[in-house]
Write a protein that binds this ligand. Structure first.
Ligand code: F6P
Length: 192
């Protein structure tokens, strides 16, 4: 039976600095995760192999770079676009756009960044990715926090209210296996 594997990219320099969005490279720890990923994936996929899907951003491509499998990049897998807040820390956003900061807290699923996207927008742009996922065999997606949340919520049947708060830690491989009723989930964390 097929499975879908989800992982965030390894820790990026922006993660270290607490900044959102951008197109940063991996940190040294993030590179360690990228190097450790092939063994971990091989251990959990069984015989059939896997196709690897990344976004077009450096941090997911670097994370996938040591995986000896066929790869595909999707613009639709790029991180939620934070618009004018791209490259800022949450503290900077709270200071510069206090009303936006509060509005996002009120309704995180529907809040759309100025010049950017909401979670609802991301769910819509992921539709073609999900359709393709449903047709494919084993797929490993190296994605971003908001993107993995949307995909995870789709397969696990979580609500729009829960979706933006799903915990998706770094350096963790999530395996989702569709069953007759619902999906089976396993998580494998790398102590990096
Ligand atoms: O901080 C990493 C990150 O992927 C940002 O690029 C993105 O804006 C954010 O997480 C999404 O998480 P949240 O919706 O909780 O701010």
């Amino acid at each position: 039976p097929r499975s879908i594997y989800l992982s965030r990219h390894g820790e990026s320099m922006y993660n270290v600095e607490g900044k959102i969005g951008g197109d940063a490279e991996l940190s040294p720890r993030g590179m360690q995760y990228a190097r450790a990923l092939p063994d971990m994936v091989k251990k959990h996929i069984g015989g059939g192999g896997v196709e690897v899907w990344t976004s077009t951003l450096t941090r997911t491509i670097q994370t996938a770079s040591f995986l000896p499998f066929e790869k595909k990049t999707w613009k639709a897998l790029d991180e939620l676009d934070a618009g004018v807040c791209d490259g800022m820390t949450y503290e900077e956003i709270e200071e510069k756009y206090p009303e936006d900061y509060e509005a996002r807290d009120e309704d995180k699923f529907n809040y759309r960044y100025r010049g950017g996207e909401s979670y609802r927008d991301v769910v819509v742009r992921l539709e073609p990715v999900i359709m393709e996922l449903e047709r494919q065999e084993n797929i490993l997606i190296i994605g971003h926090q908001a993107i993995i949340r949307c995909l995870y919520a789709y397969f696990m049947g979580l609500s729009q209210e829960e979706l933006p708060y799903i915990k998706v830690p770094l350096h963790t491989l999530i395996k989702i296996s569709p069953r007759a009723y619902g999906c089976l989930e396993e998580r494998f964390a790398l102590p990096i």
